[in-house]
Ligand binder design. Structure first.
Ligand SMILES: [Zn+2]
Length: 263
């Protein structure tokens, strides 16, 4: 039996028996785990706040080989990110992040990178107003962690140029009509190679250039401001991309989309 002590963020909660919960959480050092939190549904136990979605707890748990559930021995609330549950848009964004992470295979060795990404995104959601941009940065970093960053260097169908000018801070796309992000190619189709398909999505030149800048930039020094159209196109294109990669639909995305782009 192995005893592990680490921070973890709750991705999913499920009622279990009368007063308990099964928590699925992303740990800082040990990948994703699930275990029963006794009294997770009982206000009197003092454990209910630790069983809320997206809270950060410090866990001590033990693990036996071939067992699905770990045994939670200690659980202390570290950070609760209350605004993320109070504000509907923020809640939908956090739900989307957690659904994506529930789909990912997360090796123990890389766990801290996924954990930091989620923790930073929760902090940003708690502080700032630009939820759609926090989401785009989350997606770009997650693609990188998964090793499936879209290649924007050339057309993956014909090998042709996508850019007239790529150096400097302001990449200039070669064409003024839409390109496509193609999930099955893991890259871009130039306007001449665009096809109708369920695994590709249109990107106007401005959105492509913005994605290029953002993929290369560190989050902190992103000078370029996206337009609403950039964010909306990239939202759809990256949704199609993840859907293809995971081989399934992401349920939380439909509500998120409805809420983000209704105006
Ligand atoms: Zn092409």
């Amino acid at each position: 039996m192995k005893v592990i002590e680490t921070d973890g963020i709750v991705l999913k909660t499920m009622d279990f028996k009368e007063k308990d919960c099964i928590l699925t959480f992303l740990t800082k050092n040990a990948g994703k785990k699930a275990g029963v939190l006794y009294g997770g549904k009982s206000l009197r136990s003092g454990n209910a706040a630790k069983a809320e979605l997206f809270v950060l707890n410090h866990f001590e748990f033990s693990e036996k080989p071939n067992m699905d559930l770990v045994r939670i021995r200690k659980c202390e609330l570290q950070e609760s990110f209350p605004l993320v549950r109070k504000n509907y848009s923020k809640f939908l964004h956090a739900s989307y992040f957690s659904e994506l992470l529930l789909q990912c295979e997360i090796p123990e060795l890389d766990s801290h990178e996924y954990f930091d990404l989620l923790k930073n995104s929760m902090s940003l959601l708690s502080e700032s107003q630009t939820d759609t941009e926090i989401k785009l940065n989350f997606e770009i970093r997650l693609l990188k962690l998964l090793g499936i960053t879209p290649n924007l260097e050339m057309c993956f169908q014909c090998g042709g140029e996508l850019w007239q000018e790529r150096s400097g801070r302001n990449p200039a796309p070669k064409f003024s009509v839409p390109y496509q992000l193609d999930a099955s190619l893991g890259g871009i189709r130039c306007p001449k190679c665009c096809i109708p398909s369920t695994y590709s999505a249109a990107l106007h030149p401005g959105s492509l250039a913005f994605l290029h800048v953002r993929q290369k930039a560190k989050q902190s020094d992103s000078v370029f401001r996206p337009t609403q159209n950039n964010l909306e196109e990239l939202d759809h294109a990256l949704f199609v991309y993840f859907r293809h990669f995971f081989g399934r639909n992401l349920k939380s995305h439909a509500l998120l989309k409805e809420n983000s782009w209704k105006n």
